[in-house]
Design a protein around this ligand. Structure first.
Ligand SMILES: NC(=O)c1ccc[n+]([C@@H]2O[C@H](COP(=O)([O-])OP(=O)(O)OC[C@H]3O[C@@H](n4cnc5c(N)ncnc54)[C@H](O)[C@@H]3O)[C@@H](O)[C@H]2O)c1
Length: 483
């Protein structure tokens, strides 16, 4: 049974909201913690926001306005929060942030466990999350009741885990802290717009009076945001967050599974997409074909969902979601094989990868599908040049390592950053892996003159270029995924 109480601890917090003295803390200054805090501070001058992180370098960057990652429009709202409202601070003093705050967003990373012995899935690694909770437990004080908000994506039942971790140090955690779940739906690359105009704000709470009033207090943090506020039971919102990422990954993967058949039988994935998306039972979003989904969330959250099913002995459901990950891998293999089969002499062939970020408008490379393609080509012996307008060489190397691709000893690749001329010179093929707008707007008539080889191909694995226009530049072949 969930702990239920007929008592509410929210009265002092409601007063602080009314007086304009409410302080929101964010534990974690990464994508979720920093972006959500900056937008909240810019939107709500009545709140004070403290963002803390254990990484000094991360905090230095925020303090100096050197953003640790690229996110469109973030600069504008950072400027409003920091220089106009002056209501946000960034600090490594995690204890002080906890102590000061009335509500704490917990935004730390919850990656898949590396040493998981699960067969199909992977348990979420709660090391960072648990460390944050243990730190919070040092500040339990019934006179300063706080709302703890799970914003990290967490396994179902985490609210109970928090309670028992707090209980290791505090006799009556309920009197000091109210725990709620508030899943984050920001989509990198569109995060600012999604936070300014959210489809909905979901708050998972207990069903008692305190849970109801905590819901109202959290609503009170968003007085300048018009949206739908959904109140769910905590386990429902914890579960639904994992499920939504699974559903989104499933839509993309379903389209990707059709790309081969479209190519084989003369169809067009765009036409299949249009017809499918016009069915109101399905809808048009998230049906774009790709080299496979990436990003820090989808695979991780599906692995976590699989792990939960496996732990419950529900093999059929676990296998169902596992098939989705296998399908995603199959798309990457298919694309790699397609390139390799067209260029039989790797040692004398240069190939250019356009894009390394996992999608456009972000510098985030976490679990990008292109890392697999880059690794396969490098290990096959091609000379591989990598271009991306926003990704740094450091992130490229870091991501290759994280995904287990050992290219340290290899000398047959070059990271070219945003230098187009360097990236395409001497190359036999341009391979678009990330759908940056600029790849569709380039002067291919000029770029092709820098290329070399018996044939000069262009592969569009995002299926978004204007083939006719690019063909005019004189490419031997312009391949558009699913066409
Ligand atoms: N990135 C997204 O698009 C997105 C979207 C929705 C949900 N989420 C979820 O939000 C969570 C955070 O994701 P992210 O992309 O922001 O991760 P991130 O790695 O960018 O940021 C996490 C930050 O937390 C800090 N941290 C770790 N332990 C800490 C501790 N004990 N005290 C203080 N700081 C600590 C890290 O140093 C890091 O800077 C994850 O659970 C993720 O699944 C992410």
């Amino acid at each position: 049974m969930d702990s239920q109480t007929s008592k509410s601890y929210m009265a002092p917090l409601k007063n602080k909201l009314e007086e304009g003295t409410f302080i929101v803390g964010s534990i974690g200054a990464g994508y979720v913690g920093a972006i959500t805090s900056i937008i909240l501070a810019a939107r709500q001058p009545n709140l004070k926001i403290i963002v803390c992180d254990v990484m000094q370098e991360q905090i230095n960057k925020w303090n100096e306005g050197r953003f640790p990652f690229y996110e469109p429009d973030l600069e504008k709202y950072y400027d409003i929060a920091v220089n106009v409202n002056k209501n946000i601070t960034f600090t490594v003093d995690v204890g002080n942030c906890i102590d000061q705050s009335d509500a704490l967003f917990i935004c730390v990373n919850t990656p898949p466990k590396v040493d998981s012995d699960a067969v199909l899935g992977k348990e979420a690694d709660m090391t960072y999350f648990d460390a944050a909770i243990r730190n919070i437990s040092n500040y339990g004080n019934p006179e300063k009741h706080k709302i703890l908000i799970e914003k990290s994506t967490v396994p179902v039942g985490t609210y109970k885990r928090i309670n028992s971790l707090l209980g290791e140090k505090i006799q009556n955690p309920e009197a000091c802290f109210t725990i709620v779940n508030m899943p984050e739906f920001l989509a990198e690359g569109l995060a600012v717009q999604r936070l300014l105009n959210p489809d909905r704000i979901v708050i998972g709470t207990t069903e008692d009076l305190n849970g109801q009033e905590a819901f109202e207090v959290i609503k009170g943090l968003y007085t300048n945001t018009e949206t739908l506020f959904l109140k769910l039971r905590t386990p429902s919102s914890e579960l639904a967050k994992l499920f939504i990422n699974g559903m989104l990954a499933q839509r993309v993967t379903s389209m990707n599974s059709m790309t081969y058949l479209c190519e084989k039988f003369g169809g067009s994935i765009q036409e299949v997409q249009r017809m499918t998306g016009s069915d109101p039972r399905i809808g048009p979003l998230w049906l774009q074909a790709s080299p496979g989904f990436g990003g820090s969330c989808f695979e991780k959250d599906i692995l976590s969902l699989i792990y939960i099913f496996e732990s419950e002995g529900q093999q059929a459901q676990a296998l169902y979601w596992k098939a989705l990950l296998n399908m995603n891998d199959a798309q990457k293999h298919r694309i790699l094989d397609m390139i390799i089969s067209e260029f039989p002499e790797p040692e004398s062939t240069t190939l250019t990868l356009f894009g390394f970020a996992f999608k456009k408008n972000t510098s985030d490379t976490r679990l990008t599908a292109i890392a697999y393609i880059a690794n396969g080509l490098i290990h096959k012996g091609y000379h591989v040049k990598i271009h991306d307008p926003k990704v740094t060489e450091r992130s490229f190397h870091f991501e290759m390592e994280v995904q287990g691709f050992n290219i340290v000893e290899k000398t047959n690749y070059e990271f070219c950053g945003s230098d187009y001329r360097k990236a395409v010179s001497g190359s036999s093929a341009i391979i678009i892996g990330t759908e940056w707008d600029e790849y569709n707007e380039l002067n291919y008539n000029e770029l092709i003159t820098l290329m070399d080889g018996d044939k000069k191909n262009l592969y569009d694995f995002r299926s978004y270029v204007d083939v006719q226009q690019i063909q005019q530049a004189g490419f031997s072949k312009v391949f558009k995924l699913g066409n």
